[in-house]
Design a protein around this ligand. Structure first.
Ligand code: M6R
Length: 614
């Protein structure tokens, strides 16, 4: 959601900022804007729609030369996606320009207060209220950082604020509470941004910011204080993603590129975590063995795709550790008074590490005494920082809004965590762990084999393009895989798709099966899995009602052929690991179908990459 960038240094600010905004596009937005400080004035341009509209505006009305500025891509919350509501917003006296990510929950009250004082607003946003407060505080104090701290103390909700003062062309001031912000440390230039993608082409050195902090950057300094103005220590880190990882490399979409990167992403996530001696080494899990042995309940928390990864993890972790494991949507978790205590291990799954619901959920669990392990793809993000331990997935930057390699690597991290807990608790021995690890190590070439069949899946997407509804069925770990397949189609093809537990079919969902409706069925491995024959019966049931059955079954499973309009073959693998392969054709199908429909696959309508407000 909303992308933010601030810059000060020797380069033309507008160029750095607009380029940075382009790299933040993937977060999701519906308007964009930029402001620079020049000759004691703030100059700004902002437009509804894509950055191309802002480009056109800048071409028609160029901004003056300046080496300081801020920019924003907005995902509408308060007020529609119009030019007027786009950021930056200016204070009433025009001295301050402000961009903002988050929601200021008490904005109506503040707006009424300012209106009563005679302030007129030109937008419907909560941000303009903050800009007005900032301008008023600056007029009194003459110091933007002090004014920022004063304003923050009046705001409720989640916010990242980044501002410049027309009368001080040397510093950009920002604040954060419950919303992302990182500092990029350059050579004679510095950056502020929602995430590192915005400045990675300029520097790979970054600084994490904590909650309730204010940061002031000049071209050669970074100063961080808390909201009371006390200096706080900072945590610098090196970004190991390279710039090319955030390029399309000849693919039409980031999503397609990311699907094809999955063999490497899975291999990287496994790298260095197993020695081959039967011993899993997860040094990152900095929770002592005694404490892990005391765990009597695991709660996995996530949203969307991360939640489905958690559903798969539940089957594996319970099976391997024999510890009861619940999976919960982060947005529901803290509002139902969950039973969590010091013996509960909370596992938070988040690709971005910034999802507001997941963040609030772990805070709630931590307040009840639970230890938190994050599974995350984004170094320096908030969720890992607020967790006791973090298991990083090494997927590299995921730009497409629809998560693909994020999901597969989350599954791998969940398997590793489950095996590690089983190892610590002594319920799995080295040879058993080694057998699963060998199977995981063999996954990248198997994923590649599925990818090698992409043309076949693309053909299917073109055949099935004109259907209104799509059903996905699976049992056991095939059930969350089916849900994930349906989610991909909803997100990028805007088609009605539902994932069901195949065993539930006769309890209701079978009523929606119309003749000709495409039904994708994920079949468990043949012979070795007791559910195989039951799923084959489910295929027959929908087939008997006229459904077009697309069956994902393992190589050599000829038992499904008679009931399938189309069989997609999956390499042999044990049941618990099958989602790693089964989801890949469903990702390819959704990507191709959405492309054929002419949709923007990487930035689907209404969606944001990281959902930083509740
Ligand atoms: O960054 P997170 O993993 O916390 O994001 C969670 C969901 O918002 C995310 O998985 C979303 O459902 C994706 N767009 C799915 O493709």
């Amino acid at each position: 959601m909303c992308g933010i960038i601030g810059y000060v240094g020797p380069q033309q600010a507008v160029n750095v900022i607009v380029e940075g905004l382009r790299r933040l596009e993937y977060r999701g937005y519906d308007s964009a804007g930029v402001a620079v400080g020049a000759d004691g004035r703030i100059e700004w341009r902002k437009k509804a729609g894509k950055i191309a509209n802002l480009d056109a505006e800048l071409a028609a009305r160029p901004l003056p030369a300046s080496t300081i500025g801020i920019g924003h891509t907005r995902w509408a919350t308060h007020g529609g996606p119009t030019d007027a509501n786009a950021h930056p917003h200016l204070s009433a006296d025009g001295r301050v320009a402000l961009v903002h990510n988050g929601i200021i929950e008490n904005f109506a009250l503040l707006r009424a207060e300012l209106t009563a004082e005679g302030v007129a607003f030109s937008s419907e946003t909560d941000t303009e209220v903050a800009a007005a407060l900032l301008g008023r505080a600056l007029a009194r104090t003459g110091d933007l950082a002090g004014a920022m701290r004063r304003v923050c103390s009046r705001l409720e909700g989640a916010f990242t604020l980044v501002a410049i003062d027309a009368q001080d062309p040397t510093r950009v001031v920002a604040a954060r509470r419950n919303s992302p912000l990182v500092v990029g440390v350059g050579d004679g230039e510095n950056f502020l941004a929602s995430d590192v993608a915005a400045f990675i082409e300029h520097t790979r050195e970054a600084i994490e910011l904590g909650q309730d902090q204010v940061v002031v950057i000049t071209a050669d300094s970074v100063e961080v204080t808390d909201f009371a103005g006390r200096p706080v220590g900072t945590k610098p880190y090196h970004i190991d993603w390279d710039t090319t990882a955030a390029e399309k490399a000849g693919y039409d979409w980031f999503m397609r590129k990311e699907i094809f990167e999955q063999p490497r992403a899975v291999a990287d996530t496994l790298l260095g975590r197993y020695s081959g001696s039967g011993e899993l080494a997860l040094d990152e899990i900095r929770i002592g063995p005694d404490e892990l042995r005391r765990v009597d309940k695991i709660i996995i928390i996530g949203c969307g795709t991360a939640y489905y990864a958690g559903m798969v993890a539940k089957y594996a972790i319970e099976h391997w550790t024999r510890i009861g494991c619940e999976v919960e949507l982060a947005s529901e978790f803290r509002y139902r008074d969950p039973i969590v205590d010091a013996n509960t291990l909370c596992v938070a799954i988040s690709q971005s590490g910034e999802t507001a619901d997941t963040l609030q959920a772990i805070r709630h669990a931590r307040d009840q005494g639970s230890r938190i392990v994050a599974i995350c793809n984004t170094n320096g993000s908030t969720i890992p920082r607020e967790s006791d331990a973090v298991l990083y997935t090494h997927a590299g930057p995921e730009i497409g809004v629809a998560s693909t390699k994020g999901f597969l690597t989350q599954l791998i991290a969940c398997y590793l965590l489950g095996l590690f807990l089983a190892q610590v608790r002594g319920v799995k021995f080295g040879d058993e762990i080694g057998a699963v690890m060998d199977e995981l190590a063999a996954m990248p070439p198997k994923i590649q084999r599925v990818l090698d069949g992409a043309d076949d899946v693309y053909g299917l997407a073109h055949q099935l393009i004109d259907q209104g509804d799509y059903v996905f069925l699976g049992r056991h770990v095939g059930y969350p895989a089916a849900m994930e397949g349906a989610l991909k189609l909803k997100e990028i093809a805007y088609l009605h798709a539902e994932g069901f537990a195949a065993g539930e079919l006769k309890h209701g969902p079978i009523a929606i099966i119309d003749p000709g409706m495409p039904v994708f069925v994920i079949v468990p491995p043949a012979g070795r899995d007791q559910l195989h024959d039951k799923v084959v019966s489910n295929i027959q049931e929908v087939r008997a009602r006229g459904a077009r059955t697309i069956v994902l079954a393992e190589e050599g499973d000829t038992g499904v052929d008679a009931y399938a309009e189309k069989v997609i073959r999956l390499p042999r693998v044990s049941t618990l690991l099958q989602p790693v392969l089964a989801v890949v054709p469903l990702q390819l199908f959704a990507c191709e179908l959405a492309t054929a429909l002419g949709n923007d696959v990487d930035q689907p309508r209404n969606l944001a990459k990281s959902v930083t407000v509740e």
